[in-house]
Structures are given as C-alpha cells and as structure tokens.
Design a protein around this ligand. Structure first.
Ligand SMILES: [Cu+2]
Length: 298
C-alpha cells in the first residue's frame, strides 16, 4: 500500500481530513441544489434499502472534481426535512468518494469546525453519511437526521470543498429499521453477521460510546490478519502489502449509540475489517486498540 494512503488513514475522523489549508466552505448552493425535495406524501413506497414500506425524507449530495489536481467539491440542498432520511451520494468525480456528515450545535461556524482536529468539542458531532462510492455511481444510506446545522465533507481523502445544510423538524427522530446484514461496532471490536457477496444493505450499528467506522479491505492470498495489523500499525511499509488498497469499502463515521442502514458492495473473499478512528480526545487509533477482524464474504 502506498505510504500516502496509510498516512491519510491515520487521520481518520479529523473533521475534514488531513491538511485542512485547502478547505473552502461552500455557503450558497445553487437553485437546482435547493430543489431536492422529499417524496410527495400520500402513498407509502418500497424502500430500496431494506424492502419495507416507509416514507423517509430524501436528500441527494453530489461530489464532483474541481480542476484536474485532485480537488473536489460537495453540493447539497440548503435545507432538508429531518426525521428518517435517505441520503444519496452521487459521485460525479473520478475517484471513490464518501459523504461524511458533521453536525454543529450552538453558534459555531463551519469554518471553525473545519479547523478542529483533536480534541473534538461537544458541539461538533459525527453524524453518519454515505459509504465510499465508486466513480459514476450513486449509493444510499438510511438514517435518522435530527434538526440542526450540518456539513458534508471527506474524511479519508484530501480536503474537498464542503457543503453545509440545515435539517428542519424534530430533534428526536426514530432510528432506521433493521437490515439483514449487520456490522456492530463496539468499544473496541466488531461483530459481523449476514453479509453476502454483492451489494448489501448493512445495519451499521455503533453500540459503543466512541465514534467508529467500518473499513473493509481485501486480504491477499496467504496473508493473515496479524500481517494486516502489523502492516497498518507501522509508519513505513516495505514489501508486498497484505491487503489490496484499490478495493476498499468503507462506511461513514458514526457517533456512539448511533445507527444507519448503508450500502456496501462486497465481492466474495476475505477482508480485513478495521476502525481507524481515534477518540474524540485523540490518542491511539482504534486499530491500535485491537479493532480489526477478519471477515469472509461468500
Ligand atoms: Cu472505532
């Protein structure tokens, strides 16, 4: 694995990724972006994420390249009706991207939030979002979005141009229903069940108190999980990587006691499942605290 990629991983859960100098705040969406509205009321519809009947609100986030130097920008509607929300990420850029949501409480600005690394103050919360999505693809997450001010940013990428938006409605909202596949993140381990080869709707359930994400990377033939742990644990790497960094599946970061149903496309094979997040205060990554599992998908 390339060292740059490893270095970026170690920055997981800094609000806007590593670096930060290039981060620009997008304050004013275009009228088209404002046009994303929840589905018309009246008839319940089949929810593509989990096959049950529900009428979640819906928002579409778009990410696209800016110029040709690897910079990118998010666009989001200015306001979203809160509650249970289907968040879609349309990846119009040339690299895999995800949409990490952050919620800002109180009078703090997005600019202020973007300067924070660790420790993270109580007024800034990770708020889920959409898993890593391939170029040209759209994928979805179903989760509760309580009223508040939010922004969408990258986490494991170079800094992009963030988009801010306001969620209207109640402060407390119902949690999403359960999905057949489940990834439970605890402090500091994973439990996994029901994953099948192909596209899964995954109940990503953070039952711990800490922030967690789920990062799947395929293990090369002959590699074992100890090799992977050793590989990510050191700052410099030599020899053949025990994982394939070109095929990563990764959820957004969830705050403790939060849950979402998200999509993960997993070809059959053996994966290392890792959490790279550090505590709100900083300190060791959860990988260093043992948050790594081998998962076989059939
Ligand atoms: Cu974690």
């Amino acid at each position: 694995m390339r060292l740059a990629a490893v270095a970026l991983l170690l920055c997981a859960a800094a609000p806007a990724g590593c670096g930060g100098e290039d981060v620009v705040v997008q304050e004013a969406p275009t009228p088209q972006e404002r046009g994303v509205a929840p589905p018309a009321g009246g008839t319940a519809r089949e929810d593509p994420l989990r096959g049950t009947r529900a009428r979640p609100s819906r928002m579409t986030i778009t990410v696209e390249d800016v110029g040709n130097k690897g910079r990118f920008r998010y666009r989001a509607p200015a306001t979203v009706r809160g509650g249970l929300v289907e968040i879609r990420l349309r990846n119009a850029s040339k690299a895999p991207r995800k949409a990490q949501l952050w919620r800002i409480d109180g009078d703090h600005s997005v600019k202020e939030a973007l300067r924070i690394r660790h420790p993270q103050p109580d007024w800034l919360r990770t708020a889920g979002g959409v898993s890593l999505t391939e170029p040209g693809q759209t994928s979805s997450t179903l989760q509760a979005l309580p009223a508040g001010r939010y922004y969408v940013a990258a986490i494991l990428d170079t800094p992009g141009i963030v988009a801010s938006f306001t969620v209207t409605g109640p402060r407390t909202v119902p949690a999403p229903p359960r999905a057949p596949a489940r990834v439970e993140a605890r402090d500091f381990s994973f439990r996994v069940s029901g994953l099948n080869a192909g596209r899964n709707s995954v109940d990503f359930d953070n039952t711990g108190a800490q922030q967690h994400h789920a990062y799947f990377t395929p293990m090369r033939a002959g590699a074992d999980i100890k090799d992977v742990r050793r590989f990510f644990g050191r700052r410099t790497s030599t020899g053949t990587a025990p994982v394939d960094p070109e095929l990563v599946r990764e959820t957004a970061v969830l705050e403790g006691r939060d849950r979402q149903v998200t999509q993960l496309d997993l070809p059959a094979g053996r994966y290392a499942l890792i959490c790279f997040v550090r505590g709100r205060a900083g300190g060791p990554s959860h990988l260093e605290l043992g948050m790594i599992n081998e998962v076989t998908v059939r």
